[in-house]
Design a protein around this ligand. Structure first.
Ligand code: UT7
Length: 333
């Protein structure tokens, strides 16, 4: 049985650190409110003219390739997950193909928000399992800060998000029971508008952006926070259990859960519901906020570097977000 295995991880975080106190200078919020509700202490914001969603993804990808002992020429396919692409079209995957100087391989953009990286891993895994490709680059990269309402009007959403990129290299392996054991993807579109940007370049509008949208601030993300929180706290554990059950494991067998970094309170609730110890759950939202499609590969890359992901470990990735979409991946490292 041919499986896919993560052989390299990388990340890129913009240099500019924005603390909760920095935000409190430009809107009516406080370090205490943000920390208590979300666990976030600081996040990174991109540097205009230097960082782009694609080039941050490229930097993360270079690190992942280096860790895998590969060069860009070894890559057969690119999956790029983002909700904040450089252009409305084309997608950012083709820009990574250009920036890495790879031959004319395929590049696919994935639009699944916070679950984007898990969807990306699933896609890469299927391509590898089927024998179509041997080496696939999966990237999650986001620039949120240019699209947030950084005034008091937008504070309930804008304090949560940050910029960053992460990447993983997946390669084929013939080793039995190694690598990606299974992936599980879900959506529930009836809640599409509960966490969304409704009015940026929307094909529902003629013209696609109007001065009124800008004036009224409907170009910014909207979130029904309590509603999203409730769904997240049931869907996360469900997704983890689905992956464990599919492979005959229990939460006690898990070495590490790397949840999408949506809110530290959500991760803590998931940990409690699954009866996991602190050592079994990785969180870094305190430093980076919610980086959407980038949060899992950034966290996984840090966990791996800190020796928290070792050979033969059982690792679960789980995500929930806008769509609603959610999903999981179980990996024997
Ligand atoms: O990654 C995708 C998935 N996303 C998530 O999972 C996020 C899920 N939702 C959440 O994490 C939480 O709902 C939030 C952290 C966004 C909000 O926490 P909450 O405990 O649900 O707060 P709330 O929205 O009920 O607001 C409580 C109060 C309100 O004031 P009143 O009406 O009680 O006077 C808000 O106006 O806090 C106020 N508030 C703020 N105050 C200071 C809202 N945002 C802020 C702020 N600073 N940034």
């Amino acid at each position: 049985m041919r499986n896919s295995k993560i052989t390299g991880l990388g990340r890129y975080l913009p240099e500019r650190v924005v603390t909760n106190d920095d935000l409190a200078k430009i809107m009516d919020t406080s370090d205490e409110w943000i920390r208590e509700r979300s666990g976030i202490r600081e996040r990174r914001f991109f540097e205009l003219g230097k960082d782009t969603t694609a080039n941050m993804g490229t930097r993360a990808a270079r690190m992942a390739l280096e860790n895998a002992g590969l060069t860009p020429d070894d890559v057969d396919f690119i999956v790029f997950a983002t909700l904040s692409p450089d252009y409305d079209f084309p997608g950012s995957g083709v820009l990574v193909q250009r920036e890495l100087g790879i031959r004319e391989i395929g590049a696919l953009d994935v639009r699944n928000q916070c679950t984007g990286f898990v969807y990306g891993i699933s896609i890469a895994d299927q391509f590898i399992k089927s024998g179509m490709y041997n080496t696939v680059l999966v990237i999650g990269s986001e620039i949120h800060s240019s699209g947030l309402d950084l005034t008091t009007r937008g504070r309930s959403v804008s304090v949560l998000f940050g910029d960053g990129a992460g990447a993983a290299v997946l390669q084929a392996t013939e080793e039995e029971n190694k690598g990606i054991l299974s992936t599980h993807l879900h959506s529930e579109g009836k809640y599409a508008e509960e966490l969304a940007v409704l009015d940026v370049g929307s094909s529902r509008s003629v013209p696609r952006v109007t001065p009124q949208m800008i004036e009224e601030g409907t170009v910014f993300p909207v979130m029904n926070g309590n509603f999203v929180f409730k769904h997240a706290s049931t869907r996360f554990p469900e997704a983890v259990m689905e992956a464990l059950n599919a492979n005959g494991y229990t939460p006690q067998d898990l070495n590490l859960l790397v949840p999408h970094q949506a809110n530290l309170r959500i991760s803590q609730m998931v940990q409690k519901q699954l009866n996991l110890t602190d050592d079994q759950v990785f969180n870094n939202i305190m430093k980076y906020g919610n980086t959407t499609a980038a949060s899992i590969p950034i966290a996984l890359s840090e966990a791996w570097e800190q020796g928290k992901v070792k050979d033969n470990d059982l690792v679960c990735l789980a995500a929930f977000g806008s769509g609603f979409t959610w999903g999981s991946a179980l990996i024997r490292w």
